[in-house]
Design a protein around this ligand. Structure first.
Ligand SMILES: [Zn+2]
Length: 260
């Protein structure tokens, strides 16, 4: 039995037996880890009341090399984010972030940047000066980028050349999730001929996604409020792109729309 200590964020929790809990944890150094917390519901247990979602914990567990499940020995609270459980919009937004991180986190695949991304997202979402809906969009786009799946937003995803709008008014661009993003007219025509699904998206939606992808957290907080119609279209675009590339239906979405 080896013994490990690491910071972690609980992705999912399941009751186990009468008084125990199984937790799926995104750790800083070991990737996704599955642990049984024996007696976690007993009032006398030192684990009682500790294992809440949204909090950053420091956990110590033992695990044999052959086993896919470790045994939690002890834990300490590092960052409590109780505010997330007091506001329904922030709570649902944080849950949506956990669900997405859970989809991306793999056992045996350390991913420090995913841990840091989720840890920071939970901080921002509990910050009353920030707009949770915008923080989730930025989190989604950063997570896609971390997986090497960021949508190509300003040039052609296929040939790399500039991708001009495809309508006379200059308002819409050809876009294909399967091709990885925006397409120029020539590549859009070729992709359609090969049976790839190509649609069109408002250029302003792609620009808004690019802004959220590039800005730092401090810059994001200083952005003017996003018009609700633009937010809805951007949210829809990012959800479709996530579901296409992660091959999953995200249960915790769609979320209530609140852009301020
Ligand atoms: Zn092209």
């Amino acid at each position: 039995m080896a013994r490990y200590t690491d910071r972690g964020l609980i992705l999912r929790r399941f009751p186990y037996g009468e008084s125990s809990l199984i937790i799926h944890v995104l750790t800083e150094s070991f990737g996704r880890v599955h642990l049984v917390a024996r007696g976690a519901f007993r009032a006398k247990s030192k684990l009682c009341g500790l294992l809440d979602i949204f909090d950053t914990l420091e956990l110590t567990w033992s695990q044999s090399v052959q086993s896919t499940m470790g045994e939690l020995q002890e834990g300490q609270l590092k960052t409590r984010r109780r505010d997330l459980t007091r506001d329904l919009t922030r709570y649902q937004t944080a849950l949506a972030g956990l669900e997405l991180a859970s989809t991306a986190a793999r056992e045996g695949l350390p991913d420090r940047s995913l841990f840091e991304l989720l840890d920071a997202f939970l901080d921002y979402t509990s910050d009353s000066t920030r707009v949770p809906a915008i923080e989730l969009l930025a989190f989604d786009l950063a997570l896609l980028a971390g997986l090497g799946l960021a949508p190509v937003l300003d040039t052609c995803a296929s040939c790399g050349n500039s991708a001009a709008p495809v309508d006379e008014a200059g308002a819409r661009a050809a876009f294909s999730a399967g091709a990885g993003g925006r397409l120029c007219r020539k590549c859009a025509t070729e992709a359609r001929a090969q049976g790839v699904r190509v649609g069109t998206l408002g250029v302003e939606v792609l620009s808004a996604a690019a802004i959220l992808s590039l800005r730092s957290a401090a810059e994001r907080a200083a952005l003017p409020p996003m018009p609700e119609d633009l937010f809805r279209r951007l949210r829809d675009f990012v959800d479709r792109f996530l579901e296409y590339h992660l091959e999953t239906k995200l249960r915790s979405r769609p979320l209530p729309v609140a852009t301020s």
